[in-house]
Design a protein around this ligand. Structure first.
Ligand code: PRX
Length: 635
């Protein structure tokens, strides 16, 4: 039996049982046999969910880039590590081998050092999906700097908030980015953000669009000449197992974004192990995850997990619709992609285009199809399975979160029989629990509850940067001694899990987590707005879309509602980013509130979903009359 590579269902159950009965022995064996360590650990695991504190492989010394790059040089030096596919299909792809990656990461690391970055410093990375993005993460890791990647679709305000929250000293960016036929002035966004960020001393700028940008004297530097002049050797900084590797922000239902902190050894072991098994990666496979490295999926399953296994990982700069909706399939055909990992929102958008664009290409290389980011609906699942996978490539519907670092519930392809819309079985080492609202664990099968995890796994986030109390409060205070995911789930008669969606005020739009509070804060900045409430409603491509109920200040003036809608969406776009724009905005005379002043979102959600046959108990409302008004005027 191999603990590292599971090939049969029987083996899954055996390994799973071992990982639950003897978690320390299990993870110790995996860590021992499959990674390189400068020094082994003194203690495999110590934990206490009440503090909360989790430490894996304490006392061990390592550098993750030695595991992701150096150790492959002897056997895979000429193998493609990163296969870059540009936005424009007429531009050549770029094959970056492990030995080229080694040199480029070292050069970049030397540039960081030469500009004052040291172990423990935070570096903000706001770079589009070009090779420099993956390389900059690894360069930070090489010297022990903590990277904080901000998705290059966020607005300047969102960038500034994230830079300041973690006191980044440096920003890495590009002149601009391509997204389909559009290009975006990234450097301009950074310039605006930095007006609010006095702590940033240096900005390194990669060239991509060759657009004209303003370079601020003494702060901004073109990256390429610095890389060209730098040495291709850079000794890896020796890190402690629990030293932070990166910060990645995720939306909360309230307040500012949470900077989730992931540490080095546990994250490495778990992302590598899950990558190997959840995708059944084999030596000559070409693996492609379509996510952006700005999200956790890209961190764990474009960069660290694949590279730790010596894999070839495709990195795509563009969008699924450019130059047409056949682009994904054209890339699969061109590079003989074997594992393909994408989000339900993309599947739905592509399914809408019909089968011709899929059938035009040879997809026979595909072996595994992955889905992540939101629940996959039955129709999308079947389309993916039948039209893309021709019924022979299993779908792995993988459930996990920024906070979990790696995949938590998923079928293992060719091992776990799949079931439409089910993420199926917990991954090795993962102990889920379903809870009722009173805090009792629901035992047995065929039940629905709130999804918690009872025992630590190696890649659990260790804290929220600068706010450990918020970490405790958000994830560990709802249920005693358990990590609370914020999701609801059901368990079927054979123990398969199906994720039913968020149970808090986070809405997932096109696979992106959006907290309602920050969007409402942005709307409320508009001088004409008195109050607002955001809810999600079903959308056939985005999964959920945003519906805003907005109450205006009573000034006696009449207002042009169409103009107001545009201004409100502009404000949201400026404060957060275009992804948070509202699909519908309804102006109301009031919002339904409880006697304690809480907005009753449950009612607003039902109205937005056009599901008003049973609004539930409205007797506790302070102002029941507004409900009828809102229903009458609903869009
Ligand atoms: O609600 C779940 C949903 O996405 C949330 C986590 O979002 P984020 O931190 O951005 O990470 C996304 C990529 C790992 C979860 O709380 N989610 C993620 N995957 C699935 C899912 N919901 C249902 N099925 C999934 N496979």
């Amino acid at each position: 039996m191999s603990n590292y590579h599971i090939k049969h269902l029987e083996e899954y159950y055996q390994v799973y049982r071992k990982s639950i009965r003897e978690p320390e022995n299990f993870w110790e064996e995996v860590a021992e046999e499959h990674f390189v360590w400068r020094k082994k650990w003194d203690n495999v695991l110590s934990w206490d969910f009440t503090k909360p504190e989790v430490k894996w492989f304490e006392g061990a010394k390592l550098n993750i880039t030695e595991n992701c790059i150096d150790r492959h040089l002897a056997t895979r030096g000429d193998k493609t590590a990163i296969l870059f596919e540009p936005n424009n299909p007429d531009e050549p792809s770029e094959h970056i081998t492990y030995s080229q990656l080694h040199k480029r990461v070292n050069q970049f690391a030397n540039v960081l050092k030469a500009h004052g970055i040291q172990k423990g410093d935070r570096v903000c990375i706001y770079v589009p999906m070009i090779p420099e993005l993956a390389i900059s993460l690894l360069a930070c890791a090489r010297i022990g700097a903590i990277h904080s990647v901000v998705f290059a679709g966020f607005s300047s305000t969102a960038v500034a908030t994230r830079i300041n929250d973690s006191d980044c000293k440096m920003v890495i960016t590009a002149d601009g980015s391509y997204r389909g036929a559009k290009s975006i002035d990234l450097k301009g966004i950074v310039d605006e953000a930095l007006e609010e960020c006095p702590g940033v001393k240096t900005v390194l700028v990669a060239k991509r669009t060759n657009s004209e940008v303003h370079m601020k004297e003494g702060r901004d530097l073109w990256l390429q000449p610095l890389l060209d002049a730098a040495s291709t050797e850079c000794k890896a900084e020796i890190m402690d197992a629990e030293d932070p590797l990166f910060i990645l922000y995720t939306s909360g239902s309230t307040g500012k974004p949470k900077g989730m902190v992931h540490t080095t050894a546990g994250y490495m072991v778990y992302t590598a192990y899950t990558f190997k098994n959840a995708f059944q990666y084999r030596e000559n496979d070409v693996y492609w995850c379509t996510a952006d490295i700005g999200w956790i999926t890209g961190h764990s399953y474009i960069v660290y997990g694949p590279l730790a296994n010596g894999a070839t990982s495709v990195m795509f700069e563009g969008v699924p619709s450019y130059p047409d909706f056949g682009r994904f399939w054209q890339i699969v055909d061109k590079h003989n992609v074997t594992q393909f990992y994408t989000a339900p929102t993309a599947i739905r958008a592509l399914a809408k285009q019909g089968v011709e664009l899929v059938e035009k290409y040879d997809l026979s290389s595909l072996k595994v199809l992955g889905s992540v980011g939101e629940p996959i609906n039955e129709e999308a699942w079947h389309w993916y399975n039948d039209v893309v996978g021709k019924n022979k490539s299993p779908i792995i519907d993988s459930w996990w979160q920024t906070e979990t670092g790696g995949i938590m519930i998923t079928p293992i392809p060719y091992v776990t029989p799949t079931k439409p819309t089910y993420a199926t079985l917990p991954f090795i080492g993962i102990q889920p629990a379903l809870m009722d609202e009173a805090g009792n664990e629901l035992k047995g099968n065929q039940i629905e509850g709130r999804l918690c995890i009872k025992f630590p796994w190696p890649s659990i986030a260790r804290t929220i940067w600068g706010n450990h109390e918020r970490y405790r409060e958000t994830y560990f205070s709802t249920y005693e001694n358990k990590y609370f995911t914020g999701d609801g789930a059901l368990r079927d008669e054979v123990g398969y899990y199906r994720i039913t969606g968020r149970v808090d005020d986070v809405i997932i739009v096109s696979g992106h987590n959006l907290g309602t509070a920050p969007i409402e804060d942005a709307i409320n900045e508009h001088p004409a707005v008195a109050e607002s409430a955001i809810v999600g409603f079903p959308h056939d491509i985005k999964g959920s879309a945003l519906y805003g109920y907005v109450t205006l200040k009573d000034t006696g003036e009449s207002r042009n509602h169409d103009n107001l809608r545009k201004e409100i969406n502009q404000l949201i776009s400026d404060r957060i980013g275009p992804i948070a724009k509202l699909d519908k905005i309804q102006f109301t005379n009031g919002l339904p509130k409880t006697r304690s002043g809480k907005i009753m979102r449950r009612i607003l959600r039902k109205i937005a979903s056009k599901d008003t046959s049973n609004l539930g108990d409205t007797s506790t409302l302070l102002n029941p009359e507004v409900v009828q008004d809102i229903m009458d005027e609903a869009l």
